[in-house]
Design a binder for this molecule. Structure first.
Ligand SMILES: C[S@@+](CC[C@H](N)C(=O)[O-])C[C@H]1O[C@@H](n2cnc3c(N)ncnc32)[C@H](O)[C@@H]1O
Length: 277
């Protein structure tokens, strides 16, 4: 197992991601479609998905690369890789393989891929610039990267409210200072600079709406705690009294997002793309 603590924490919550994998596919369907479009994925392509979790993006790409192409699903957490692989097998996608790869050091030769895809993963890398250079390195000349990261915390209240409320409840900032959380790459200009700095050309960043709806508070809270990654593990370890008080505090915090059809939160993803010259 990796000595990257972030990866170890993610591996610990892989089971919850398995349970909610269909929701994860569904929630990100628009972002996935845009990523495949900007990466120009098509028949015969070799495609690498990084930090794939249950593999939503790579599994969608797999249908586009036939005949003749291949998709490699990868994640730093072996538990996530196992889930992604199992989902590929269940779909009979023989053009898909899965392996453990860490963003910071891709154990892959230079220039091997026509496209590299990474949805809501690059921000967790310990070294953003180094990881982006790795993406550029494994692309063949002319190959394209599509990197989706969450936009600003205040524009993603479905998770921003959770971080704010847990922080107030525990009296500590969430995520802790120095830890790369989901909003660590939330600036469009910064993302563009990162891609350009890694040597990519034709760099563009677009916003993609990623709203979040849930029929009830309970549905949203159950899913959110299950999918909150390292934070999920921390919440699961709270004493019963504290967990109950936090749930009540959270219910009040999300009241402004209640509609007659349940909870409706806004959300925005930044989609960065570029081409290896
Ligand atoms: C928020 S999930 C996103 C999963 C998937 N890409 C999606 O959009 O549904 C973040 C993923 O990044 C992975 N991850 C975190 N740090 C990583 C690293 N340093 N190297 C590779 N994967 C990493 C986690 O294991 C987890 O699967």
């Amino acid at each position: 197992m990796s000595n990257n603590v972030m990866v170890q924490l993610w591996d610990g919550v892989a089971g919850s991601w398995d349970e909610h994998a269909d929701f994860v596919d569904e929630r990100g369907v628009e972002v996935t479609a845009r990523m495949l479009q900007v990466a120009g994925v098509g028949a015969g392509d070799r495609v690498l998905e990084l930090a794939c979790g249950p593999g939503s993006v790579g599994l969608a790409a797999a249908r586009l690369v036939t005949p003749g192409g291949e998709v490699v699903l990868s994640d730093g957490a072996p538990g996530m890789v196992a889930i992604a692989e199992q989902r590929a097998r269940a779909r009979g996608l023989d053009q898909v393989v899965a392996r453990v790869l860490e963003l910071e050091h891709l154990d892959e030769p230079d220039s091997g891929y026509d496209a590299v895809l990474c949805r809501e993963g690059l921000m967790f890398a310990a070294d953003h610039a180094g990881a982006t250079r790795e993406i550029a390195r494994v692309l063949r000349p002319g190959g394209r990267a599509a990197i989706a990261v969450w936009g600003p915390r205040e524009r993603n209240p479905w998770l921003g409210v959770v971080f704010d409320t847990v922080g107030e409840h525990l009296g500590v900032p969430v995520p802790p200072p120095g830890v790369h959380g989901p909003f660590a790459l939330d600036d469009a200009g910064g993302l563009a600079e990162l891609l350009t700095g890694a040597g990519l050309a034709d760099v563009a960043v677009q916003e993609v709406d990623a709203p979040y709806r849930a029929a009830t508070f309970e549905d949203w809270w159950t899913r959110t705690t299950a999918l909150a990654g390292p934070l999920g593990g921390m919440l699961a370890a709270l004493p019963e009294d504290s967990a109950r008080a936090l749930t009540q505090r959270m219910r009040e915090a999300v009241a402004p997002y209640a509609t007659e059809h349940g909870l409706a939160f806004g959300g925005v993803t930044l989609l960065g793309s570029g081409r290896r010259p």
